[in-house]
Ligand binder design. Structure first.
Ligand SMILES: *[C@@H]1O[C@H](CO)[C@@H](O)[C@H](O)[C@H]1NC(C)=O
Length: 410
């Protein structure tokens, strides 16, 4: 364990230096060369649509032939036969299907739907790519994102300004995870910061070969150009370096649903002291073909990550994390006032603080069950905190989040 941390610290330093070098090099690039690069990248990402739906938030949602989606640009997916549905769901889902869904959906759906055998893809605009530090980094997280609980050397990890409030399980083999996540519009102070709430399914130690599959909601002005709360996924097989990306912004994730667009705005959102809305996300490894599937709500299968994308996750996950993450850019030398969750501390409870409920893992017999020994981790609990509990109605749950800057967090 100790050795793994040493390695990951070096990875953090190298990653940081790499970013500095990148931003220095960008200035010398000819403007026209840059323009060509951006246009080429846009052509790669935006496949010719069968139909386009304009969302009230300004997004263009392209309905793309399911066999022409970005995943199939991957050399290893050239002859891939799409699995239209998983062979197996985890056992124990049925019990929960009785619970009424609270009709959270995506904003673009008020203006139409995609035909059968197409998938909705949020069109990437030129400005989306130009906001990234480079064309190559567009759609990728900058360096490490998955938090390392119990880490001793906090200074190194805080280098990127990422702060978390999470619950986690480790020390077993996991084959999936589920949670119902309260959705909010967290305020993000600076355009280069973000706020997200998600689950991480992790494989390997925290070295340079960390495998991660992630899903949740996020507000990211840099990625989307606005402050809307959006559904997202992420994957990497090398600790956020060369492989993986958000949503469908690289080839890898294979989407089968015509109803959900990755990266599209979620509606409605919860309000402080008012109506509460949440989304259920389930990630699990189909024991038959070994692919990792993603489901939204109790019935809506979105798609899958083929097993061969990963090393450790080709077998199983060694850790699962649930919770929030923000970037604190310390602009003006002060802690950011970017919110996590509702922007209120866990102690305020239901209707005021954000929550994750019915937290479960999938065990090796493909059964959903409550996690044993749920640990918690936060870098600065005076900025963002977490409080776990369990009861009959919600199973294992936690409240998490906070306002960032306040008299105890400067
Ligand atoms: C996003 O929110 C920030 C902080 O509240 C605000 O300054 C900014 O103008 C917003 N950006 C957009 C695109 O609405």
């Amino acid at each position: 364990m100790k050795k793994g941390r040493q390695v990951s610290n070096w990875a953090a330093i190298l990653c940081f230096l790499g970013l500095v070098a990148l931003s220095c090099a960008a200035g010398t690039d000819g403007a026209s060369r840059q323009k060509l690069k951006v246009e080429k990248h846009l052509r790669r990402l935006n496949k010719p649509p069968v139909k386009t739906i304009k969302s009230p938030d300004g997004d263009m949602i392209d309905c793309v032939d399911i066999t022409k989606q970005p995943a199939f640009d991957h050399p290893l997916l050239k002859d891939h036969e799409i699995q239209v549905r998983p062979d197996y769901h985890p056992e124990g889902l049925l019990a929960e299907a009785r619970e009424g869904e609270n009709h959270v959906r995506q904003l673009w759906r008020v203006n139409g739907r995609c035909p059968e055998n197409t998938i909705p893809v949020r069109r990437t605009k030129k400005d989306d790519v130009l906001r990234a530090s480079s064309v190559k980094r567009y759609g990728k997280k900058n360096c490490r994102s998955a938090p390392i609980p119990k880490l001793v050397d906090l200074d190194l990890i805080n280098m990127g300004g990422h702060e978390h409030a999470i619950a986690y399980v480790e020390g077993d083999k996991f084959y999936g995870a589920k949670a119902t996540i309260n959705v909010w519009e967290s305020k993000v102070e600076q355009p280069n910061e973000f706020s997200l709430s998600q689950l991480w399914v992790l494989g390997g130690s925290f070295g340079e070969d960390l495998n991660s599959i992630e899903a949740g909601w996020q507000i990211s002005p840099e990625l989307y150009g606005d402050n809307y709360t959006r559904l997202f996924t992420y994957w990497t097989s090398d600790a956020y370096q060369a492989t993986g990306c958000y949503n469908l912004l690289c080839s890898g994730f294979i989407q089968v649903s015509s109803e959900i667009a990755m990266g599209a705005t979620i509606a409605p959102l919860s309000s402080y002291g008012g109506s509460q809305y949440d989304i259920s996300l389930l990630i699990w490894k189909d024991p038959s073909k070994g692919n990792w599937w993603l489901q939204f709500g109790n019935t809506l299968v979105i798609g899958y990550w083929p097993s061969f994308l990963f090393s450790y996750l080709g077998d199983s996950a060694s850790m699962v994390e649930w919770g929030g993450e923000v970037v604190n850019s310390e602009s003006g030398g002060q802690h950011t006032s970017t919110q996590m969750g509702s922007g209120h501390f866990p102690s305020e409870g239901f209707g005021k603080a954000s929550y994750f409920r019915t937290i479960q893992i999938v065990d090796e017999s493909n059964r959903l069950r409550a996690p044993k020994d749920l640990g918690t981790y936060t870098e600065r609990s005076t900025c963002y905190n977490i409080q776990t509990g369990d009861n009959e109605h919600w199973g294992h749950y936690f409240y998490y989040g906070g306002p960032g800057r306040n008299p105890n967090c400067l």
